[in-house]
Design a protein around this ligand. Structure first.
Ligand SMILES: Cc1ncc(COP(=O)(O)O)c(C=O)c1O
Length: 455
């Protein structure tokens, strides 16, 4: 009864993010009720292995009492403190210092947001202010990667190079440009890393030449393209793009909203190859999804330009009521303590096991490509391995894969193009990974039985 009334109220009043609105009305909401470790229980009592850590954010896993306690303790003591008017709170200050210590050495200053989209918006605003301050107001163009995702704010969604986020929203803006994704499976240069990297650097150089270096402010990318289908660029891609940005005199911004906090193994994906970006965005794993928070990290060089440009006594006009929220910061500090206290290490071991087990899927008739870095994986489905042909859109393979997996007790991400995304919590055990891959294999086998796929 309760569940039905919830479904009706949801249908009548709640607009869900990134769903087909009419499909959702017809289908109704799936209410989740509780969770512990890597398992989620829905309102009907079905227990599911969460292969996607909520929305690639619950990196610690669910139900950590110490996180709940950190939030409760902070709420009792000081539930809110603005950062305006020179006020601050201990957790926000300690968290900023902690992030500056953990992040690549190039990054020293932190502005807190509520999530990833406003972190991306923050870096856009800061880049503009920075170039205005330096007396080059025309240097405002941004370049991002095709299939990149940088949130859905009114400016960030134009750096997100996915049509879904742009069509009907009057995007991209004139100052937003793209270069091809370094996708090893479908790159026109083939899978050879050196060729993909050389082509990516050439594409960036050509785009900057076309726009004029004096007009280009920055290049932004994810270390692994998440929402574009979990595309893992070849090793060497990030250092080459960083080097090209330096030579071209444009800022290099890394969006670690998904890849941060152990998702790919180390605390930040930048660590794999010693990347030192000018700016970095964070969210998701920062608080493991227990409470909203994001961050924009910037270099000292940029900070000093901003600080010098704002006249004494005049505020820097960028603010959010909940920037540096003390409860979110207290949660983040405890979450980071858990990462450092063994979760990161568990995630590394689990990631290696996941890669080994996923390799078994490569022979499956529906699987075109398997890729992963740490506990972040993509399995691209095709109907013809040779031609790499994707299933026809009207087969709705993603929806079917999601629903079949759900019936098998597994939550996966199923991208509309037929790629399956995995990002389980870092607390996952080797045994849970075996279960996850077995359930996924069973899901693929049932999809294969569908006659439409063979026609
Ligand atoms: C790389 C990246 N940047 C930014 C965002 C936006 O973050 P949020 O949804 O917290 O606004 C996301 C969200 O998935 C993301 O994956």
């Amino acid at each position: 009864m309760l569940s039905n009334s919830l479904v009706d109220q949801d249908r009548a009043h709640l607009i869900h993010p990134v769903v087909s609105l009419r499909t959702h009305e017809r289908r109704g909401v799936t209410v989740l009720h509780s969770a512990k470790g890597c398992e989620v229980t829905d309102a009907s009592g079905r227990v599911l292995l969460d292969g996607f850590a909520g929305l690639w954010c619950v990196n610690t896993g669910y139900g950590h009492e110490s996180i709940v306690e950190a939030a409760a303790e902070q709420m009792r003591r000081l539930p809110y403190a603005t950062g305006y008017f020179h006020f601050g709170s201990e957790p926000a200050i300690r968290l900023a210092a902690k992030l500056a210590r953990l992040a690549p050495p190039s990054l020293d200053h932190v502005f807190f947001t509520l999530g990833g989209s406003d972190a991306v918006d923050t870096v856009i605003r800061m880049v503009w202010y920075y170039n205005n301050a330096l007396g080059r107001p025309q240097k405002k163009q941004f370049i991002s990667l095709e299939r990149g995702y940088h949130g859905s704010s009114s400016n960030g969604a134009g750096l997100t190079a996915l049509r879904l986020f742009q069509d009907g929203f009057d995007l991209p803006r004139q100052w937003q440009h793209y270069i091809p994704s370094p996708d090893p499976y479908r790159h026109p240069e083939g899978p050879e890393p050196d060729r993909i990297i050389a082509a990516s650097v050439a594409a960036l150089r050509n785009k900057v030449r076309e726009l004029g270096a004096e007009n280009v402010a920055a290049f932004i990318c994810e270390p692994v393209q998440g929402s574009g289908g979990v595309i893992v660029p070849p090793r060497g891609f990030l250092p080459a793009m960083q080097q090209a940005c330096r030579e071209l005199g444009i800022l290099f911004i890394v969006d670690e909203v998904i890849t941060g906090f152990g998702r790919t193994g180390p605390m930040f994906a930048c660590e794999h190859e010693g990347i030192e970006p000018d700016m970095m965005t964070l969210a998701k794993g920062l608080t493991a999804g227990y409470i909203p928070m994001g961050a924009a990290l910037i270099s000292d060089e940029i900070y000093q330009v901003l600080a010098d440009a704002v006249p004494e006594g005049v505020p820097f006009g960028h603010g959010l009521t909940y920037s540096g929220h003390p409860v979110s910061a207290a949660v983040a500090l405890e979450v980071i303590r858990l990462y450092e206290d063994g979760l990161l290490e568990n995630g590394r071991v689990a990631g290696e096991h996941l890669a080994r087990r996923l390799a078994e899927l490569a022979d499956h008739p529906l699987v075109g490509h398997v890729r992963s870095l740490g506990l972040l994986a993509g399995i691209e489905l095709v109907v013809d391995k040779k031609t790499k042909q994707k299933p026809a859109p009207d087969l709705k393979i993603a929806e079917r894969a999601f629903e079949t997996a759900y019936r098998n007790g597994l939550i996966i991400r199923a991208f509309a193009d037929g790629t399956i995304g995995l990002a389980p919590p870092l607390c996952i055990t080797v045994g849970n990974i075996d279960q996850l891959v077995d359930k996924l294999m069973a899901t693929l086998d049932s999809l294969l039985e569908r006659r439409e796929l063979h026609q």
